[in-house]
Design a protein around this ligand. Sequence first.
Ligand SMILES: Nc1ncnc2c1ncn2[C@@H]1O[C@H](COP(=O)(O)OP(=O)(O)O)[C@@H](O)[C@H]1O
Ligand SMILES: [Mg+2]
Length: 218
Amino acid sequence: MEEPEQIKVIRIGAEAVVSRLRWNGFDLVSKHRVPKPYRIPELDRRIRDKRTLHEAKIIVELKKAGVPAPAIMLLDRSSSTIYMQYINGIELKRALDELDPIKIEKIARRLGEIIGKMHLKKIVHGDLTTSNIILDKSEKIYLIDFGLSSVTDDVEELAVDIHLLDRSLESAHHKIRERFMKHFLIGYSKIVGKNRTLEILRKVKEIRMRGRYVERSG
Ligand SMILES: Nc1ncnc2c1ncn2[C@@H]1O[C@H](COP(=O)(O)OP(=O)(O)O)[C@@H](O)[C@H]1O
Ligand SMILES: [Mg+2]
């Protein structure tokens, strides 16, 4: 077996370093959770291991349920590193600036179906922004970055996913936000049902109001 060859560092985040690699003919991404010097070493190791394992498990669960996410190729617990399939594409954030409105509607609807499936499996993403959604060359959607995900069917937590998506559109893509969310919800309610969607949307509104209130008074 040859050693993985590092192609480039994609992102140095607060928690992890994400890199692109070539390994035995595969294009891979590694996500390495880095040690935090301010934590007690043993505790630090346990936290990184727990989060790495959690992220990998959630991805495997989702893939079983037909929710598109990068395939996990290898899990190196000794270094808190996940090796996964490299998705050759662009973040939704960037795609939204480039694609025509009809295509965007289709993508929004499909994303709604995907998030609906994920929520039916009681999985909440926890950081559902347009940077954590990748479109590949054939415009297939992949979800990534499950470090903050949790297993729950609490309406409030499900609503936070939709709120975060909406807010990430609000900041970067103001013009297409309404159109995107309309079509997203068509796809979402097709999977989770109309009543459940309305219930979750009521929570989304509540969360938004609370946010505004905090902004004004804080
Ligand atoms: N499997 C992957 N294929 C292609 N790009 C990826 C993959 N995983 C992560 N990336 C890229 O790296 C960035 C950071 O990865 P992410 O898991 O979101 O880490 P962070 O917790 O730092 O946000 C993503 O926004 C995406 O652009
Ligand atoms: Mg991310």
